[in-house]
Design a protein around this ligand. Structure first.
Ligand SMILES: Nc1nc2c(c(=O)[nH]1)N[C@H]1C(S)=C(S)[C@@H](COP(=O)(O)O)O[C@H]1N2
Ligand SMILES: [Mo]
Length: 531
């Protein structure tokens, strides 16, 4: 008999090889958990945005080409950020497992993988607007901890027989028991997880501004608004309320961690092409005569019929008055807002100063701005999509020119003006709703912010356009709700379409355009099943 392995010993050795490989991968994963945990802990000193995964994610958002970003917003909506972070964690886990497999053969090569990732995180943190050397620290710490952990664990691993089955040579420097390796790996995992959770808790505590937000005393408005008349809402069940509760207000931004700004530390600089640059504290801002503004804010990325639109009552200081105090110089044509997280948003200056009710808002529906909506201060300029008017976490306003500066979204190909296009949406019945034959209530919302909605029409199955009933008009800066009583709906599948006409007399065009680069166009339609 030759000493070739019998089939059963071959199976056993391939099994133990697989187990060895899995063990090596776990070594890599444990080192990665330790690395990220150490990074989180370090970030509790330097700010949540500098944690390795957040820094990489933020850089990824900024580097993502516009079509991919559009796809992400369209497919994942407001879940785009968890999806991105999940993708980053998954990629890291894969590389960590490979680094583990590499490390049991060549420990220093495995350690180098962690070094490269640490360097990548540091570069990402530094590349962020306002990124400083301190922001690199968490990623560098993570890289170092990961490298050391994988080195130590892989060496231990090689000293057991287990390493050999994963392709490594036992290095003969005294055997380690499998139990020791297991304990070390599990200990590394646990310590990493603890550091990660602890780091997050510390960061949240250190940068918690909810108490400061609760402490904000909003002054009474110098220019108050009466409550909205009930007649702005056609009483059709299922139709969205006229005013959007803060908790339901859509959120669109590039912030992976919400900037947390203590109003006591906040200042707003107004500078650029002005005669008298201004520096305001939050108290200064609250001492301005505050005005209320009812306004419908919408996102350029909203698809026809989409949800990225909401109506709220803002409270804030009049932006035109502040700009006039600063003394805008001739030749300026763009107002650029900068946020604490480095976003830049440019608005046509002429429009800000043409008499519309532009605000530096501090409150939304009677409470200080929610953290996700820009606390402590954001800009609002009726007539423009959010990306050209509504800077959240605003800290800087620069009077400049379109020739001199392209803001964030314009650099990515979006229209630099960003005026809101006329839009209308059917909300009732819901798509593919089953409704009983007979009379059917149809209702929805239309907006042409700052121009106003003059008419809404509905048609069934491509028939003649019929005027919808318009609820009370609360002003051109607000959406308008509408309803239509569809008489004698017969059983079968039917298609309802809607189109609006703005107050300039322009009818919403039928031709479909994607949100990029200047906002979606086209008629919204919905299919219902009459039974
Ligand atoms: N700092 C900052 N401000 C921002 C953005 C952002 O990404 N960062 N997004 C803008 C966009 S695209 C829109 S539509 C509005 C959305 O405001 P909301 O999240 O309060 O609804 O905020 C605008 N302001
Ligand atoms: Mo937007």
């Amino acid at each position: 008999m030759s000493n070739r392995p019998t089939p059963s010993t071959a199976r056993a050795s391939s099994l133990s090889r697989a187990a060895g490989a899995a063990g090596a991968a776990v070594v890599g994963l444990a080192a990665a958990v330790a690395a990220l945990g150490a990074g989180e802990l370090a970030a509790s000193a330097t700010g949540a945005g500098s944690a390795p995964v957040i820094a990489v994610g933020a850089a990824a958002i900024d580097l993502t080409p516009t079509p991919l970003k559009e796809y992400a917003v369209r497919t994942f909506g407001t879940h785009d950020k968890p999806v991105l972070l999940g993708g980053i964690y998954l990629t890291m886990a894969l590389f960590a497992a490979l680094a583990g497999l590499l490390a049991v053969r060549r420990p220093f090569a495995g350690a180098a993988v962690f070094g490269v990732f640490g360097g990548l995180g540091a570069w990402a943190a530094l590349s962020r607007p306002g990124g400083s050397a301190a922001d690199c620290v968490p990623s560098l710490v993570a890289g170092l901890v990961g490298a050391v952990a994988v080195l130590v664990l892989a060496r231990l691993w090689r000293r057991t027989g287990a390493g050999a089955t994963a392709g490594a040579e036992p290095d003969g420097s005294g055997a380690a028991s499998r139990r020791t390796v297991l304990a070390a790996t599990a200990g590394t995992l646990a310590a990493g997880a603890l550091a990660g959770v602890g780091g997050r808790v510390l960061t949240d505590r250190r940068y918690d501004v909810t108490a400061a937000r609760d402490a904000v005393r909003l002054p009474a408005p110098a220019v108050p608004l009466p409550p909205l008349p009930a007649a702005v809402h056609p009483n059709v069940p299922g139709l969205s309320p006229f005013g959007t509760p803060n908790a339901d207000f859509y959120r669109v931004d590039t912030a992976l961690t919400i900037p947390r700004i203590d109003p006591r530390d906040w200042t707003l600089r107004i500078h650029g092409l002005v005669d008298r640059p201004q520096l305001l504290s939050f108290d200064d801002l609250l001492r301005e005569p505050l005005e209320e503004l009812d306004h419908t804010l919408s996102c350029v990325s909203n698809e026809v019929g989409g949800p990225y639109v909401g109506t709220t009552r803002w409270l804030g200081a009049a932006l035109p008055a502040l700009l006039r105090r600063a003394g805008v110089r001739a030749g300026a044509d763009q107002l650029v807002g900068r946020s604490e997280d480095g976003m830049t948003i440019g608005t046509p200056l002429e429009s800000v100063l043409d008499g519309r009710r532009a605000l530096l808002a501090v409150a939304m529906n009677g409470e200080a701005l929610p953290l996700a909506h820009g606390f402590p201060c954001r800009s609002v300029v009726p007539g423009f999509y959010g990306y050209t008017s509504a800077t959240k976490w605003l800290v800087d306003l620069e009077v400049t020119t379109f020739a001199a500066f392209d803001p964030y979204w314009v650099r990515r190909g979006w229209d630099r003006t960003g005026a809101v296009r006329t839009a209308s949406r059917i909300e009732v019945p819901a798509p593919f709703a089953k409704v009983p034959a007979g009379d059917v209530d149809v209702a929805g919302t239309a907006w042409a912010t700052h121009r106003g909605v003059a008419a809404v029409e509905v048609r069934i199955d491509g028939g003649a356009w019929q005027p919808a009933g318009l609820a009370a008009d609360a002003g051109p800066d607000l959406w308008r709700q509408w309803s239509y009583h569809w008489r004698g709906a017969a059983p079968g599948t039917h298609r309802i379409e809607v189109r609006a006409t703005d107050a300039t007399g322009a009818v919403q065009p039928e031709s479909r355009a994607a949100p990029f680069p200047a906002g979606a166009t086209g008629w919204h339609s919905t299919v219902v099943i009459v039974t």
